[in-house]
Design a protein around this ligand. Sequence first.
Ligand code: GRG
Length: 312
Amino acid sequence: MTAAVTSTGNSSAAEAAGFDFAAYLETARLNVEAALDGSLGPERPESLREAMRYSLLAGGKRLRPILCLAACELAGGDSALAMPTAVALEMIHTMSLIHDDLPAMDNDDLRRGMPTNHKVYGEANAILAGDALLTRAFEMVALRSPGVPAEQLLKVVGELSLASGAPGLVGGQVVDLECEGKDVDLETLEYIHLHKTGALLRACVLTGALIAGAPDALLEALRTYARGIGLAFQIIDDILDVTASSEVLGKTAGKDLTADKTTYPKLLGLEESRLRADALVAEAKAALEPWSAGGKAAPLLALADYITSRDR
Ligand code: GRG
């Protein structure tokens, strides 16, 4: 289920200091899976609930909710209080995957090792299941986050809105679609990925930290961290698209080439792309250095390494 966490490269430093990242990741993932499983209530009609659950419980690395929980812990908070927000983040992510796969967008038929939502439930139902997941995400925060002060929840709602809408995923997706088949420079590519991929990863760490009442300086450090891991994540995604199989990825490999998309390997070559991803992860980790005392940052540091060492 999880990618090969035993080959997490630089996280061996954290492991040497007594932090077992593989165990951390697996425990967090199981907790997230349980929370996701219990997150959908009496949605009606049943056909809508089924389509929502199909994609939400289809697996995936659960990186976004785990980042949220880890940031909450780093800021000294109780990660149980952040779980509804962690679930909300995975709902937004899942929704974006459902819509991304639609014929009007990337037109894909494989996701998380299973037929895409619209292949199973039809296009209209897939659009609506995505819409319902997106709105349910906000319900999770606003109405199903006991124990978190309203002022903090309001900030969380703000971050989720920024990450989802025109300033985030939607904006990035529009530019991405507009650029298909065109020559794209590195600056535009970075814009697309900071919005399509980076914005939600930033919301993950910021919301987790906000729930813990983190000071501004830590929020700023987390923004820098998120920028680094967001871009690195996408560079690795681009690399895996050309080097990994559909079977391992659980989605169609080689898609970027078919769709005539500009990618980091296309602009920089594979070797240079990997070096860039490594440098971005190093920048991300450096931002957390002042907050690393007592090993509190170990999960986020190891998660940054995991992003570049993952195989899917
Ligand atoms: C959010 C309102 C709203 C609309 C969505 C379709 C769309 C607009 C945006 C596309 C966003 C998108 C699909 C970006 C790609 C991000 C990415 C690299 C996804 C893969 O993430 P992984 O590898 O996947 O974490 P798993 O399956 O492991 O969760």
